[in-house]
Ligand binder design. Sequence first.
Ligand code: CS2
Length: 494
Amino acid sequence: MENTMVLNQKNLAAIADRIPCPAYDRSELTAGMVHIGVGGFHRAHQAFYTDNLLGEYGVSEWGICGIGLREGDRKIHDILKNQDGLYTLIVKHPDGTIESKIMGSLVDFLLGIDNPVAVIDRMAHPDTKIVSLTITEGGYNFTASTGEFDFDNPDIQHELKHPDNPKTVYGFLTASLKKRRDAGLPAFTIMSCDNIQHNGDVAHDMLLTFAKRQDAALADWIEQEVRFPNTMVDRITPVTTQADIDYLQDTHGIKDEWPVTCEPFIQWVVEDKFSNGRPEFEKVGVQFVPNVKPYEKMKLRLLNAGHSVLGILGAIHGHKTINACLEDETFVTYLRAFMDKEASPVLDAVEGIDLNEYKDSLVARFANPNIKDSVSRICSESSAKLPKFLISTLEENLARGGSIQYATLVIATWCYYSDKGVDKNQQSIEIIDAMSNELHHASKQTQVDPLAFVKQESLFGNLAQNDRFRNLYVDTVRKIYEDANIKKYMQDLI
Ligand code: CS2
């Protein structure tokens, strides 16, 4: 398309002739929310709901200031700065329809590594009423099997000694809350939007553990003043590809350096407990409930675990995307068997939700051929995901004498995956995991000690000591090491 327009505030009026743009006055917005961890998911989810709210109800005090705490956040920071916080959300429907819209809810972006004081000041600003988080499962700094806060983390050690020069989310939260307390300002709400069961409770427990060690009086104030709602968040948001960037340029003549793509489905269930007010998100479809826990568990143990089942088995089989797995009858049947026979029996009933319909909808969402969610995204950081999504289901089934075979095949395959880094056709697999060295080292011992991988207690607790599990696991991992034709073993179980 001729006459490409760079996405920024100056060009917005002209871009609005091409695709829908924010019609509200962005110059009026203040940042009632500060969000740490502006990845694709935040931009497809909370920032999307916020954009809808700002557009439909003109509530100018609920803009979002993005915060990045890691060097890895610099790229998104620089791009969003150049684009005045604007970006395109590209919603891809299963029938091939694509809806693109410019989002305007991000009003500023700060980098903690460049200017920690600016970040603290922004969080301590009277306008800030909520600090929300998508810092990933690994960002909460606890040991997966025990849930204990990890004080050995050198950044945490640094923050304990230098509270004015924070590095992690915990140091920034305590520094800014201290400033608010000292200035007589109300506390903000801390709203976790990560895929962790009881994410608000976890954020509370971890922050309080840290704060007690850093400043006991402050910890008391936090305990009394800060609310930590649990939330269940959901929208499949694949990694943005060059093809998505080109699509915008070719189809609409818009140059956006980092658009976000996602599925049409979206859900957000939030506990209605806030320290200092909240946006009326219920007006744009957010569900506020007294207790979010059954929803979270259902989502993590079916959607996220289902993803991991497909991702790990699919990676070794050689499928590149989740929808490719769903085009393969063996994978569809296996996924459904895992959900019906292992995940569902240990779920609590969720009022108003028919579990069968929910599972059908997941299968349909995974099959969306336009989403092309990569298996490598799903498998990334499995060491932070599987303990919560899959291993907990397995442990609960062991305790009740339930089926464990579907999850065990996934764990044995994960061992092979971590060891070999190739699929069954010897094609290499890119492993993205903060624990990849440890995983590789442990899995490499499998030939000498078949239980070596599951003896990693930080991930598996004492699973390796359970007779029923160990017998099945040893048998399964041996077979996979003899012949990595994973589909054969899947078919044996369905
Ligand atoms: C995925 C999630 O890799 C993963 O953990 O299951 O990113 C998933 O796409 C989102 O939680 C959907 O809400």
